[in-house]
Design a protein around this ligand. Structure first.
Ligand code: ATP
Length: 193
């Protein structure tokens, strides 16, 4: 049975940090395939700079192009909101009975994981891979159903990249090639004049 890692985010835009982690999880054998799973607008984040779902999806498609084991998943875009991770995992499992799904989260989110809806069922029925985020050492390392992934990290965020592009910096080495070209061609994240 194939194991698929579900790595969710707003990917506004997807950057080299996301892709490094995805690539590591596949190549170091934590999962067989990794699905970058696009979340619709997160009510906790400022909607201001969030590009429409279709543009973020287009960038994810470009990013995953050269990576055979990294795919994209848009299932949450058509789900009722607010969408909870457990609902996403259940729907994925129902639609793909031949696959086993594991959730990929950062050590920052792991600290508040017990507040997630049906957290215990996520651990029992799916499993959680926790990767290290700087400043957030892993707590509760021996919980059944979770595994720590010691992946090397690039300390970049989408916010950093959006701000840098708005200031006219060259972000060519911070983004997958096709994604950067798409941003430049479509003049994304530039201040409106
Ligand atoms: P923003 O700066 O807009 O909040 P972000 O860079 O944190 O964005 P998200 O789309 O929110 O990106 O990220 C999706 C997931 O990727 C989140 O769970 C986030 O913790 C994680 N992530 C963000 N930056 C990195 C990085 N450099 N390396 C690995 N994972 C990251």
């Amino acid at each position: 049975m194939e194991t698929i890692g579900i790595f969710g985010g707003s990917f506004n835009p997807v950057h080299i940090g996301h892709m490094m982690l995805a690539s590591y999880l596949v190549q170091w054998g934590y999962v067989d395939k990794l699905w970058l799973t696009l979340s619709p607008l997160n009510p906790l984040k400022e909607p201001g700079g969030l590009l429409p779902d279709m543009k973020r999806l287009a960038m994810l498609t470009l990013a995953s192009k050269g990576a055979p084991d990294i795919d994209i998943c848009d299932i949450e875009l058509a789900m009722p909101r607010p969408s909870y991770t457990i609902n996403t995992l259940d729907l994925l499992a129902e639609r793909n009975p031949e696959c086993r799904f594991k959730l990929v989260i950062g050590s920052d989110n792991w600290r508040i994981f017990d507040q997630w809806r049906q957290a215990q069922r996520i651990l029992d029925e799916y499993g959680v891979l926790v990767y290290l985020r700087p400043g957030y050492p892993v707590v509760n390392e021996h919980v059944a159903g979770m595994e720590v992934v010691d992946a090397p990290m690039a300390h970049v965020s989408s916010t950093f990249i959006r701000n840098a592009i708005a200031r006219g910096r060259d972000m060519g080495y911070f983004l997958p090639q096709g994604v950067y070209k798409y941003i430049l061609d479509n003049k994304l994240y530039r201040p409106s004049k």
